[in-house]
Design a protein around this ligand. Structure first.
Ligand SMILES: NC(=O)c1ccc[n+]([C@@H]2O[C@H](COP(=O)([O-])OP(=O)(O)OC[C@H]3O[C@@H](n4cnc5c(N)ncnc54)[C@H](OP(=O)(O)O)[C@@H]3O)[C@@H](O)[C@H]2O)c1
Length: 223
């Protein structure tokens, strides 16, 4: 598959490398393309550096991985290419929990939910900005170094997926499996906030066998 990775920083660059290793044709973006030369050299012909609009046009599937503060601009620049495409949103809007960068490791949520349930998740905000894309939330809960440690190892790490779009769920699940993780559907776009900063699924490491219980426990904390 052709995959365009919008924002090849710590997370996007890592996912791009793994997608290329898995045999996909990958385009990565930077507004300073020379900074990605090492990444391109390491990954060989499977990975190319392009401008943001070029990569959006190149990908049959897009991985959206800019910083949240740049997300709106990145959507505007790519918008002409988004219609009907599956876009995996890896971003985390600013933390509303006061929990900062705390990483909870394996196990259950340890408090700090600060979500205003009347507010929108980041995913819903992106859908509002570009409703013509088929958005799906994934790869946003776990730091890249933890993904690297857990990738492909038993027990497989659950990767939470939230979307309202059937094709987006299918494609994201396929990529998650290709990259050595286990997709776990956590709900539609309205459920994405569970996985975002302040939500009970953010920054916890969940083995796939435990994912049903952890999701149920996360939902129970809301009542
Ligand atoms: N790092 C992690 O472990 C991790 C884990 C889960 C989720 N996330 C989420 O993933 C997103 C990226 O995090 P990161 O740690 O990878 O950040 P990062 O290392 O700072 O990389 C951010 C990337 O965004 C690109 N960018 C900035 N402004 C842009 C714009 N206007 N249009 C297109 N691209 C733009 C930057 O490219 P330039 O070269 O053009 O500046 C850079 O490649 C964040 O939303 C974060 O919450 C990160």
């Amino acid at each position: 598959m052709r995959i365009g990775v919008i924002g090849a920083g710590r997370l996007g660059g890592t996912l791009a490398t793994w997608c290329a290793e898995s045999g996909h044709e990958v385009a990565v973006t930077s507004r300073h393309p020379d900074r990605l030369q090492d990444l391109a050299d390491r990954s060989g012909a499977q990975l190319r550096v392009m401008s943001v609009p070029q990569a959006a046009a190149f990908g049959d599937l897009l991985v959206f991985a800019p910083n949240w503060c740049s997300a709106r601009e990145a959507v505007e620049v790519t918008r002409a290419e988004l219609a009907g495409k599956v876009v995996i949103d890896t971003t985390n809007p600013d933390d509303r929990s006061g929990d900062g960068d705390a990483y909870h490791g394996t196990g259950a949520f340890s408090g700090g939910a600060g979500h205003d349930s009347g507010g929108k998740s980041g995913l819903e905000t992106l859908i509002e900005w570009a409703p013509e894309a088929h958005w799906v939330k994934a790869f946003n809960t776990i730091p890249a170094d933890v993904l690297s440690r857990r990738r492909g190892h038993d027990p497989l790490l659950a990767e939470f997926v939230c979307t309202d779009e059937t094709d987006a769920r299918t494609l994201a699940s396929q990529i998650i499996r290709d990259l050595g993780f286990a997709p776990f559907y956590a709900g539609g776009a309205h459920a994405a906030w569970l996985t975002e900063p302040g939500g009970p699924l953010q920054k916890i490491e969940v083995d796939v066998a435990d994912a049903t219980d952890v999701l149920a426990e996360a939902l129970a904390t809301l009542h």
